[in-house]
Design a protein around this ligand. Structure first.
Ligand code: PBG
Length: 361
């Protein structure tokens, strides 16, 4: 039942809408043989729709006080807590691999209810920023802006006490009271040389408060990468160990999103853009590829990052360590899927390895 050349030509010349040949008018098998475009590496490369490159990655780093420190993190093989001096060396190595940016999380020397080190000019993150900028000036430095790593209670905001807010249950997150703290943290990071700040607490109004704070203090060019769409996920456990930021009681469900919701994600992203977000983020990545795609389609103007989080990293590392998966292929396939879903950037603990593999070809 193969069509003659004349029949094919007639079909191709009679588009249903005057522009596009109707789907059923396109040649079918045996004229159509999609495998033609898969038969050699050269052809496959020509028709590849999604290309992964080191320039797509942002590498997260945990920074701790001291010198010469490189503490491994349990269940995240290859990931460490670094002191600023060692971080600077690692940052230079990453930049040489073509990875453009890092995302910093700080471990303070001590914790308190407000998280004072979070906005101290000589706090751990400002130290790390300066060390990185000296060692690898081309590296874009993004900093996490949240309270949970710095507060003794491990929550992402200031908490009510019976004395301060008798009408609230003790330990309620005080959204509006926390916003000036977030703005101060962002300004402290900007003063130290951060290029971009990333509020991760999902508090309402955080992006607007940080934008206003940065502008007031003379940092209109410091950008905001908003954790606009962050789910209350089971995949963050290892990060909380690495960053020592687990809540002492309760959980984060009063501010992080319900994994069942996608329409709400679009509302969050729209609000953050209206408040001045320069880039959006969806987090985690793998269980939320549909949300990445919807966010990309709804907001074509906004650069979109996706955070391939600690639990997602650990899953592949554990399977690879057992010989159950080919690590290189599984990691590159995973990162490609996140980009194909619509992310421009992938924040990933695989960044250095993946960049090395991609460069090796
Ligand atoms: C909070 C923060 C978390 C992560 C990034 N920023 C943890 C949380 O919200 O509990 C998780 C990242 C990961 O799992 O890799 N500042």
């Amino acid at each position: 039942m193969s069509l003659t050349f004349d029949q094919l030509l007639r079909q191709a010349n009679t588009p249903a809408d005057g522009l596009t040949p109707a789907a059923d008018a396109r040649p079918a098998y045996p004229a159509a043989r999609p495998r033609r475009l898969r038969q050699s590496p050269g052809i496959r490369a020509m028709v590849r729709e999604t290309r992964l490159a080191p320039a797509d990655f942002v590498s997260p780093f945990f920074v701790t006080h001291g010198r010469g420190v490189r503490n491994p993190i349990n269940a995240m093989p290859g990931i460490y807590q670094w002191s600023p001096d060692r971080l600077a060396e690692e940052g230079a190595r990453l930049a040489a691999l073509g990875v453009p940016a890092v995302l910093l999380f700080g471990l303070p020397a001590s914790k308190d209810p407000v998280g004072l080190e979070n906005f101290a000019p000589d706090g751990i993150v400002p130290q790390a920023i300066r060390a990185l900028k000296a060692a690898a000036p081309e590296l874009v430095v993004i900093t996490d802006v949240c309270l949970c790593e710095y507060t003794d209670h491990g929550h992402c905001g200031l908490l009510s006490t019976p004395a301060s807010h008798p009408q609230l249950a003790a330990g309620t997150i005080l959204n509006d009271e926390t916003l000036p703290v977030l703005a101060r943290v962002a300004v402290a990071h900007a003063e130290a040389g951060a290029d971009m700040v990333a509020p991760s607490g999902m508090l309402d109004g955080a992006v607007g408060a940080i934008r206003a704070g940065l502008d007031d203090f003379g940092y209109p060019n410091v950008a905001i990468l908003a954790y606009s769409v962050k789910y209350a996920s089971s995949f963050y456990g290892l990060f909380r160990e690495a960053a020592q930021g687990a809540p002492r009681f309760g959980d984060r469900q009063s501010h992080q999103m319900d994994p069942a919701n996608a329409r709400e994600a679009l509302r969050e992203a729209a609000l953050d853009l209206a408040e001045g977000a320069d880039m959006l983020m969806v987090k985690p990545a793998l269980a939320y590829l549909d949300v990445i795609r919807q966010t990309r389609d709804r907001f074509p103007e906004a650069p979109l990052a996706a955070y391939n989080v600690s639990g997602e990293y650990a899953m592949l590392k554990a399977a690879a360590a057992n010989g159950w998966l080919d690590e290189r292929r599984a990691v590159l396939e995973t990162l490609t899927s996140i980009k194909r879903a619509g992310a421009d950037l992938v924040i990933t603990y695989h960044a250095a390895d993946a960049a090395g593999w991609l460069r090796a070809g």
